[in-house]
Design a protein around this ligand. Structure first.
Ligand SMILES: [Zn+2]
Length: 179
């Protein structure tokens, strides 16, 4: 199952796919913002832990839906107005980052998500306390190595393809000029 590192890698690959060259304050700020948005739906785990010591209480409920991704994406694309340290990213990119999390959970795990909430809702069964959540984040993230590797290969291929397309375009312009 994708944990924070896996979701971060998928978020970075999403950003690369969209060719995001946004007006960011810094590359580091952009990186942090991408990682936060790609993991945002799992804020339901923290809420459950804080309220009743059970990370599964609200897990995979409303925050794992298309509607949440739309709302969070809209909000996130305006946060830059509050601080110059927050990168300015388009609604489409912010939405895609949050939604990449929902899709990854849906496709890469056996348990469902609440994709069409409020039309239907799913809650994770069982109890997951502070200890098991911390253990999963710290030690099971190694399972995400496959996802991180796949994202890395994908980004490299994408960059190579874009690079060769650019070269072809430059060569075509040069040929036209030399005629
Ligand atoms: Zn999740």
């Amino acid at each position: 199952m994708p944990l924070p590192l896996g979701h971060a890698a998928i978020g970075l690959a999403t950003c690369e796919t969209m060719g995001a060259n946004e007006h960011s304050s810094s590359r580091w700020g952009m990186f942090v913002f991408i990682v936060i948005l790609a993991n945002l739906p799992d804020v339901d785990v923290i809420l459950g832990l804080l309220l009743q010591g059970n990370g599964n209480l609200f897990h995979r409920g409303p925050t794992h839906s298309l509607l949440f991704a739309l709302l969070a994406g809209a909000l996130a694309s305006h946060i830059w107005r509050l601080s110059t340290r927050v990168p300015r990213m388009s609604f489409l990119l912010c939405f895609s980052l949050v939604f990449s999390h929902v899709l990854a959970d849906m496709v890469l795990t056996a348990a469902p998500v609440s994709l069409l909430w409020p039309l239907h809702v799913y809650w994770s069964p069982g109890i997951s306390d502070w200890g098991s959540v911390t253990h999963a984040v710290l030690f099971q993230s190694i399972q995400d190595a496959g996802i991180i590797g796949a994202c890395l290969v994908y980004v490299i291929i994408l960059r190579l393809m874009r690079g060769s397309l650019k070269e072809q375009r430059v060569a075509a312009v040069a040929r036209r000029r030399s005629r």
